[in-house]
Design a protein around this ligand. Structure first.
Ligand SMILES: C[S@@+](CC[C@H](N)C(=O)[O-])C[C@H]1O[C@@H](n2cnc3c(N)ncnc32)[C@H](O)[C@@H]1O
Length: 256
């Protein structure tokens, strides 16, 4: 049995600060084995898969098939907003492989990262280890989960593309997680993004319109005494090495 095969039956391989081919291979094996084991268990138990479980699995597979994590950088729109703020407590909702959460932690934010994909969180942990930062990683389906109220100075949701009936609740709960004076930053593929051939989903349902996003953030206020002030609700055109794209950017502040 080769050393790589031994890892197949291990728990998550602990890779520490080293980035090399062996470590990447170990991670790939762990991811494939986890996905395979889940599929085998489902088949042997003849379990029907709930819709949310199917979506999580589909994201696990997408993350497993994606390029090594070193290739990605923090989101430039989040960077621009966060650089204006004094570091405090942040939560990155649908954090993926942790590119934004780790960038925030490196700048002194105390960060919680939430995603429902075990593969994404596995990679995020490795990214944080390599960067030498501590992050509180949590595995939740954010459609069915409520973050702590009034607990964060920054709440970010970057490219979480959900249908409106699910998105509205997620955004309302995200806004309620803001401490007084805190800001929520929502970046998503804009509804007009497909018109310029931008990378991302084509389904209009899950694409963002800044005014709708702003309304959904505020829609959760109810009897909450803190007011939510929308500071930006705009579309942002970018052309870089990834080609052209149109993003929706919404930034809102809870009045202190
Ligand atoms: C396009 S990726 C963006 C990741 C990250 N925000 C970034 O900018 O790199 C979307 C992420 O949302 C996560 N996601 C999708 N639906 C989710 C849900 N219902 N609950 C938790 N995470 C979800 C996926 O696993 C994936 O990591």
């Amino acid at each position: 049995m080769s050393p790589a095969c031994v890892l197949v039956f291990d728990d998550e391989p602990h890779i520490g600060g080293r980035v090399d081919a062996e470590a990447e291979a170990a991670m790939t094996i762990w991811i494939r084995t986890t996905l395979h084991r889940e599929a085998r268990d489902r088949m042997s138990e003849h379990r029907p898969e709930p819709a949310s479980e199917e979506r999580r699995r589909s994201w696990d597979e997408r993350h497993a098939a994606s390029h090594p994590i070193e290739a990605s950088h923090p989101d430039p729109l989040l960077v621009r907003e966060a650089e204006r703020l004094a570091p405090g407590r942040a939560i990155d909702i649908a954090c993926g492989d942790g590119r934004n959460a780790v960038w925030l932690a490196e700048r002194g934010w105390r960060v919680t990262g939430v995603d429902f994909s075990a593969v994404a969180l596995h990679r995020a942990r490795q990214r944080a280890e390599r960067a030498g930062v501590e992050i509180d990683w949590r595995q939740h389906d954010v459609v069915e989960w409520t973050p702590a109220e009034s607990a964060f100075d920054l709440v970010s949701l970057i490219y979480l593309q959900l249908p409106p009936e699910e998105r509205a609740g997620v955004l309302a709960r995200a806004a309620r997680a803001l401490a007084p004076g805190g800001r929520v930053v929502v970046v998503g593929h804009h509804r007009r993004n497909p018109d310029v051939g931008g990378h991302g989903p084509r389904d209009l349902h899950v694409l963002h319109d800044p005014d709708e996003i702003a309304a959904e953030l505020a829609g959760g206020e109810g009897d909450d005494p803190g007011r939510l002030v929308v500071e930006r609700a705009e579309e942002v055109f970018t052309e870089d090495e990834g080609g052209p794209r149109i993003d929706s950017l919404v930034v809102a502040r809870r009045d202190a």
